[in-house]
Design a protein. Structure first.
Length: 137
């Protein structure tokens, strides 16, 4: 998924969960963590980025564990990172489910191709969920 999709989805999904705009912003910032880690590891090298992208930075289990056992803003931040992994799992490339280094363990559902028009649907879905949940309250 593109960065804009992660930003839009996490913000509106955070609002739909009942977070304040600041809480939703924290979740949105956390949603950028996996891709920021990849860029940091690659140190500007496209070759390194291609081999590091969607490996251990996109391994969902540490984020899930942290989101379950931590509290406060750090919990919200890492839950945002977990949502990033979930969205990337919808793409054909997918994420490493079993082994953090990816390789043959990387799987995706193939529902939404990165950069496709359907990414707007992901953002719109979160927006509509927020509208629905805020009007129901
Ligand atoms: Zn990613």
């Amino acid at each position: 998924m593109k960065a804009a999709t992660h930003l839009g989805f996490n913000f509106f999904f955070g609002l739909s969960l009942g977070f304040s705009p600041l809480g939703a912003a924290v979740m949105t910032a956390g949603g950028m963590l996996p891709d920021i880690c990849d860029r940091f590891i690659a140190l500007g090298s496209k070759t390194l980025w291609r081999s590091a992208h969607r490996t251990f930075s996109h391994w969902p289990w540490p984020y899930l564990g942290a989101a379950l056992f931590l509290h406060g803003p750090l919990q919200i931040f890492l839950f945002g990172a977990l949502l990033h992994c979930v969205l990337d799992a919808l793409t054909p490339t997918g994420i490493p489910w079993v082994h953090p280094l990816g390789g043959k363990w990387k799987r995706g559902l193939g529902l939404i191709k990165t950069g496709s028009f359907l990414e707007l649907g992901v953002i719109a879905g979160a927006f509509l969920l927020w509208q629905f949940t805020s009007s129901a309250a």
